[in-house]
Design a protein around this ligand. Sequence first.
Ligand SMILES: *Cc1c(COP(=O)(O)O)cnc(C)c1O
Length: 231
Amino acid sequence: MDDIAANLTTVRARIAAACVAAGRDPSEVRLLPVSKTRPAAAVRTAYAAGCRRFGENRPQDLAAKAAELADLPGLGWVMIGHLQRNKAALIAAHATEFHGLDSLDVARDLERRLERLGRPLDVLIQVNTSGETTKSGLAPDAVLRFAADLQGLDALRVRGLMTIAANTPDRARVAACFALLADLQSQLRSRGIDGQRYDELSMGMSGDYELAIAHGATVVRIGTAIFGARG
Ligand SMILES: *Cc1c(COP(=O)(O)O)cnc(C)c1O
């Protein structure tokens, strides 16, 4: 656990260096520590080192940690990855961001619940840029239509796109995933859908975040490089 602060320092420095190498301002890239499977104590350590938002991929865990850590001011929770409709209530109630929207049914369910709770949710649309059948997310050619279908769901603040790149040592294939997401962002921006901004590109994990930054990532989701290997 003592390593967490040191790992954060290293990751932050590497993010800054990747920004400089890409000719980008380091303030354009946000680090999202992914605390999934880690105990609340690990989140406290990262919080003490300045982190305020954490990523979780299981709604039950997100809700449990939100309750356990409710004493920490300004703490926010980000649901990352596919959300099953029967867990939408947990996300509507406890998350501040959702990187992984890929279903209109889930979108409508979240909208109804958020309306009732009187709170908004920042959402990023998940795209399957690798074509791997094991991955969630919309097919790239379905994204423009999906974005248009989200119009009118006003509690969902559409902020951008999210992807998980191909799981391969082939850097060119990983880079192609990131480039595809950035290209979809440009297409969405040029369409100018009312009320949707598309400023955010959530892409890059422990093994590929520098490459993602080179391709325009604004959020990198990092677990093992901060918290160590998951047991
Ligand atoms: C686990 C996870 C991450 C972080 O992965 P690491 O390789 O541990 O950095 C990022 N994004 C999603 C969607 C995840 O599920």
